[in-house]
Ligand binder design. Structure first.
Ligand SMILES: NC(=O)C1=CN([C@@H]2O[C@H](COP(=O)(O)OP(=O)(O)OC[C@H]3O[C@@H](n4cnc5c(N)ncnc54)[C@H](O)[C@@H]3O)[C@@H](O)[C@H]2O)C=CC1
Ligand SMILES: C[N+](C)(C)CC(=O)CC(=O)[O-]
Length: 496
């Protein structure tokens, strides 16, 4: 697959549910985003979605050190796309509107800029028909919430080039997504054809008075929905066929396909039916707001993704994609960034949950962030997950945190780390946390002992890690000793 590391600036055109989700995914990958949406509420929504995405990503990728991209609200479409390497269109699902805006984007964006459309099912051959450079348009159909669900369906039209499909696949993969290439251009692509079949049947069941919105959701979430999180219909039914698998399943349940089990024809959406569905949906939500439901959804998705990442040696289904992306973002001992300078060991934003009754970041969250910074330094010198699995590790035996300033919700924080000393078994680390304006808000100092975890005793650092430590540690020894290093706590008599 073609690597596409050139894409650093994306334009998001249309910033509703999906556009805002794309913007968050790109920003959290360190990609700058120029965002264009004429609606008055788009800016607030973009900020709200980004805040939710940050919370989720902090739990999926703790300690990641990718600096967030810059979000710019462009005043016009032209301003947004003029310098973009990649444009993601997320306009309402109206073919005429999409065609005309895609033609405008095509007229302004540099010729090698890739253009993706979020359409849920419109044919790319039709969307590209009015473009002067139609070869660069591809559908990249995501799933809500875009910053959490990995799947993106890639579908080209008659004029889409193979290079465009490859570049788009490489780019979306780079942002942590699981690419599904649609072999044949078809309305609704793959996933939405499946989802719509279920949706049509559900609407029909409501119209017939067979079930309510809440009963239909229970029918899924207590049964097939649980297994759909990791096995699709075909793998699941293979198991339902017992030891003889799919062949037996088809023989046993094939005849039912001829019975009138499903209608699959959407009923007419009359005012009465819309009212019935909307009322049932309100009752089902029982006063829980959309924001609260989104928070619940994200919490559940993060837990499911984290759980799937622990199934089997490499994770299972979406958990494997998550692990692959974690590995791609993890510091590699072969890529020590700048051995001459302090290590950038953490970059992120203070989350709402970190704020205490004083309105600023509470003390144990500093240790959490500094702990993740320590893990980053350890991974960088090769004391990574594999090292720990093999029974070797570092244990922290002493810590000292100094609070020099305040961090508030949403503030950007960054930690730089310096190795102050090391020997055969010990590592002395100093972290400095800075706020958005670059001033130090806290420091922490730690002594770590290397251990043989199986013996439960201290042990010499293994040679490869020791060598990496020396390579950085010796350079860090030449740096100025940080103010506050080696301090102790006490009420000292004032000197006159
Ligand atoms: N909502 C969903 O679950 C999913 C939607 N999609 C697709 O994503 C696209 C967007 O859908 P949503 O975000 O749900 O719609 P939405 O209605 O939430 O957002 C559309 C946004 O486009 C803006 N807009 C309208 N005209 C514009 C123009 N000329 N220039 C710039 N912005 C303009 C609107 O102000 C609005 O904020 C559609 O193609 C849809 O099929 C794809 C996957 C899932
Ligand atoms: C309802 N929808 C067709 C817009 C849904 C999608 O396209 C994907 C999703 O997120 O379910």
């Amino acid at each position: 697959m073609t690597q596409d590391d050139k894409i650093q600036r994306a334009a998001v055109i249309g910033g509703g549910v999906i556009g805002a989700g794309w913007a968050a995914r790109f920003l959290l990958n360190g990609i700058d985003v120029a965002f264009y949406d004429p609606s008055d509420s788009a800016r607030d929504r973009a900020h709200a979605v980004l805040a939710m995405a940050r919370q989720a990503w902090a739990r999926l990728y703790p300690g990641a050190t990718v600096a967030e991209g810059q979000l710019i609200f462009a005043p016009t479409l032209e301003d947004a796309v003029r310098d973009a390497d990649f444009v993601q269109e997320s306009l309402p699902e109206i073919e005429t509107l999409k065609r005309s805006v895609l033609a405008q984007i095509d007229a302004v964006a540099p010729v090698d800029t890739l253009i993706g459309s979020s359409t849920s099912g419109l044919l790319p051959s039709r969307l590209q028909a009015d473009m002067r450079h139609p070869g660069r348009l591809v559908v990249g159909h995501p799933f809500n919430p875009v910053y959490l669900l990995p799947l993106v369906e890639i579908c080209g039209g008659d004029q889409t080039t193979e290079a465009t499909r490859d570049r788009a696949a490489a780019f979306y993969t780079r942002t942590g997504m699981q690419v599904l290439r649609v072999r044949k251009e078809i309305d609704g692509f793959i996933a939405d054809r499946l989802l719509e079949a279920l949706w049509r049947e559900g609407l029909w069941l409501i119209e017939e008075g067979v079930a309510t919105t809440s009963e239909l959701d229970d029918a899924i979430r207590y049964s097939a929905g649980l297994r759909w999180a990791f096995m699709g219909t075909f793998l699941t039914y293979r198991l339902a066929g017992g030891d003889d698998g799919m062949r037996h399943f088809l023989h046993q349940f094939g005849p039912a396909l001829k019975l009138p089990w499903t209608k699959l024809v959407a009923p007419e959406l009359t005012d009465t039916l819309i009212d019935r569905i909307a009322t049932q949906s309100d009752e089902q939500a029982a006063g829980t707001s959309i924001r609260e439901l989104e928070a619940l959804r994200d919490d559940a998705l993060v837990r499911i993704l984290n759980a799937l990442s622990q199934v089997g040696p490499d994770g299972y289904a979406a958990g494997r994609t998550l692990n692959g992306f974690r590995n791609a973002r993890a510091p590699a001992d072969t890529a020590i960034p700048d051995p001459d300078g302090p290590i950038v060991s953490y970059q992120g934003h203070a989350l709402d949950a970190w704020i205490d009754y004083n309105g600023h970041m509470t003390e144990h969250r500093y240790l959490q962030v500094f702990g993740q910074a320590t893990d980053h330094v350890l991974a960088l010198i090769g004391a990574n997950e594999a090292y720990v699995r093999a029974g070797h590790s570092f244990y922290t035996v002493e810590s000292h945190i100094r609070h020099l300033g305040q961090v508030h919700a949403g503030d950007a924080v960054r930690v730089c780390s310096q190795i102050l000393g090391h020997d055969a078994k010990r590592l002395h680390l100093f972290h400095t946390m800075t706020g958005a304006d670059g001033t130090a808000v806290a420091t922490s100092e730690h002594m770590l002992i290397h251990v043989d975890a199986r013996q439960g005793a201290s042990a010499p650092i293994l040679p490869a890690v020791q060598a990496a430590l020396m390579a950085i540690g010796d350079k860090h020894a030449a740096l100025p000793r940080p103010a506050g290093a080696g301090g102790s706590i006490g009420i000292r008599p004032k000197t006159s």
